[in-house]
Structures are given as structure tokens and as C-alpha cells.
Design a protein around this ligand. Structure first.
Ligand code: PLP
Length: 363
């Protein structure tokens, strides 16, 4: 089988060692004679899978004891609704940092809710979201919390540090860089992430939430209530058993690789290699402000849609797949998540150099 480098933004590449382990264990998990897909979510086999996954995730992210960890469904998108319902309960107002598509989706979903108002506390619109906005604060008097998208998967920007003081309650969408760079969980009231970018298969959403916020939340339908989900350890109904199992294997793999600090180091190396090439290329360029650049999603363009298409065709023919940029922004995008090897970045650069040579006449 030819080596394929998968640059897809999500669902995305998973560690090969994890997939091989899944394959080995697929027909009979721990000599049970059953696949993980077939075991009861009330069995001790699954209870252990879930317990280990939570323990290892806590270790990887240094999750303090006063935070609950939930394994939910509905994607990051459902958290656009659950967070307001559970947490926008006093001022009934949320401050949003508008950094592009996913933050806007979060705003739209909050706006649908009765009695909840939203306030854009900062926006990158002026730069067409190629630059992170300057944040003015503190705002804790006006809003229940501020929502930040830590890594903007489509625009390729990322907050490396939290632009708020600790007393501001911040909810962070970390879907596309959770476990890819170090953040301090204590800087957030809550963190959430759909699994299919930097963790594992789609179908699982990780929520890390400070326990006092869970306690204060109002009565809500069970599947929307952090309180009820915490009380039932995320198994209020049938959880995504297989996705949690795979995520658990990824957490173990991450620990064996050296944890989040090692991932951040590798992600910096991979991203830097590509950004350095883009900044020196005469044909390709990064549209993103240097200080705002993401480690996990790197958009790039030639400035000519036809050339972009030709490049994507050449790359695909060379087994570099998933490079087409999001339909909203066009161009190319290389997603360099934890499981993406540096060899893939080197190969991409080789193909870009080749393409650039062939198209010298355009500049
Ligand atoms: C992909 C993505 C989402 C949406 O995730 P789903 O799990 O598909 O709902 C939300 N926020 C960010 C930052 C994303 O990258």
C-alpha cells in the first residue's frame, strides 16, 4: 500500500499504531470473544475503558480535581447550545470573540435561545480573520462568560495564550488543537472539543468543566444537562463506546510519545517548516498574520484559483490528500495534527517546490 499523507481537517489522521491495535483487538476485545463494538456499555470491560480514558486525559492535560470530564455526543456544535443553556444563567449574556466561521456558528446557535443575548467583545472581521483581534477586558461585570475559539480551523489562526485575566470566566472551543499545545485548564471554566480532529473518530465530544459551574446550572432536559450527565458519568444513555475506546488508545499513545509538551514541540517543528517555506516561496503564501498563526491548520494560497486547483491535482497524484481549503475560503490547507508525521510536511514542500519551478513564469 502506497504511503498516503492525509492533511484533512477532520475527520483526520489517527496514529498508525492505534489503528493497528484496533485492528488486532477488533474481533475479540481482551479475550471476551466480542468486539468493542458489541460489548455492553454497562459491562466492566467498558467501565474500565472509560475510566482509563478519563484518567489518561486528566494526566495529559493536568486537569485539576475540581473539574469534571465528560464524554458526550452531538459534536462541538451541540456545545454551542449546551454551554449557553447551562452557563448563561445570570446576566443571560455571552461575550463572543469573533474569530471567523466556528465562532460565528457558536454565536448563531446562542442567539436562537430565548432570553439569551450575545455581545461581540472583539472581532477579527477587519482583517478578514487573518489576524486575531486585540482583546479589551475585563468584562466580567457584563456577561456570564466569554467564549473563545482557541484554534480557528478554517482561517488558520490560534490563541497561544488566553487573552483574559483568570477572574474572567472563559469557555474555550478547543476542537482543533486540544492536546496539540499546552494550555492551563485553570484558565477556563469549560473546554470542549469534537474528537474527530486531534483525538480520534467522530461521534465523541470531550467536555472539561469546573464542578461549581455544573452545580449552579439550572434544571434542563437530561441530555442537555451537564449536571445530569456528570451524575451518570456520561452514561445517561448509550455512549459512543467505540469512539471512546479509540480516544482512550490515542491518549495512551500520546502519553507514550511524551505527552502534550512533546506534541507541541513536534507540532511547532512541522508548522515552522511549512511556514518558513511559505514565507520564502515566490508562488505560495500564507494569508495569515505571523503572530496569529495556528500550529495545527495551515492555509496557503497561490493567489490564483486555477493554479490552486492544479496544485491540488498534482498533490493528490502524489498521495498528498485532503489539501483542498475549506469551501468558504478556497485555496489549500494543511492540517498538521498530532498524528501527522513530519515526513508528510517534507513531501508536501518537495511537491510545492516542483510546482513552483514549473510555474516560474507566472511571477
Ligand atoms: C470542526 C469544528 C467544530 C464543529 O465540530 P463538530 O464536532 O462537527 O460539531 C467546532 N469548532 C471548531 C473550532 C471546529 O474546528
Amino acid at each position: 500500500m502506497a504511503i498516503v499523507y492525509n492533511f484533512s481537517a477532520g475527520p483526520a489522521v489517527m496514529p498508525k499504531e492505534v489503528l493497528e491495535q484496533v485492528q488486532r483487538e477488533l474481533l475479540s476485545y481482551k479475550n471476551s470473544g466480542m468486539s468493542v463494538m458489541e460489548i455492553s456499555h454497562r459491562s466492566s470491560l467498558f467501565a474500565d475503558i472509560q475510566k482509563d480514558a478519563e484518567k489518561n486525559l486528566r494526566m495529559l492535560m493536568n486537569v485539576p480535581d475540581e473539574y469534571d470530564v465528560l464524554f458526550l455526543q452531538g459534536g462541538a456544535t451541540l456545545q454551542f447550545t449546551m454551554a449557553p443553556l447551562n452557563l448563561a444563567i445570570n446576566k443571560k449574556k455571552i461575550g463572543f470573540v469573533d474569530t471567523g466561521h466556528w465562532s460565528q456558528r457558536a454565536i448563531e446557535e446562542a442567539q436562537v435561545l430565548d432570553g439569551i443575548s450575545v455581545n461581540k467583545v472583539a472581532s477579527g472581521a477587519d482583517s478578514k480573520y487573518t489576524k486575531l483581534p486585540k482583546i479589551v477586558g475585563p468584562l466580567q461585570e457584563d456577561v456570564d462568560y466569554v467564549h473563545i475559539t482557541l484554534n480557528n480551523t478554517i482561517e488558520g489562526t490560534a490563541f497561544r495564550t488566553i487573552p483574559y485575566e483568570k477572574k474572567q470566566l472563559v469557555i474555550g472551543d478547543m476542537s482543533s488543537n486540544i492536546l496539540g499545545q499546552r494550555y492551563d485548564v485553570r484558565d477556563f471554566g469549560m473546554i470542549y472539543a469534537g474528537a474527530q480532529k486531534n483525538i480520534g473518530p467522530a461521534g465523541l465530544t470531550v467536555v472539561i468543566i469546573r464542578h461549581d459551574l455544573v452545580e449552579k446550572a439550572p434544571e434542563l432536559p437530561s441530555m442537555l444537562s451537564y449536571k445530569k450527565l456528570v451524575a451518570k458519568h456520561s452514561t445517561l444513555n448509550t455512549p459512543p463506546v467505540f469512539a471512546i475506546y479509540c480516544a482512550g488508545l490515542v491518549f495512551k499513545w500520546l502519553l507514550a510519545q511524551g505527552g502534550v509538551d512533546e506534541m507541541e514541540k513536534r507540532n511547532r517543528q512541522k508548522a515552522q517548516l511549512l511556514y518558513d517555506f511559505l514565507d520564502s516561496s515566490k508562488l505560495f503564501k500564507s494569508p495569515v498574520d505571523v503572530e496569529s498563526r495556528s500550529l495545527t491548520n495551515v492555509p496557503f494560497i497561490t493567489g490564483n484559483a486555477e493554479l490552486d486547483n492544479q496544485f491540488i491535482t498534482l498533490a493528490t497524484a502524489n498521495n498528498l490528500v485532503g489539501l483542498r481549503g475549506h469551501r468558504l475560503v478556497g485555496g489549500m490547507r494543511a492540517s498538521l495534527y498530532n498524528a501527522f508525521p513530519i515526513e508528510g510536511v517534507k513531501k508536501l514542500i518537495t511537491i510545492m517546490e516542483k510546482f513552483e519551478l514549473e510555474h516560474k513564469e507566472v511571477d
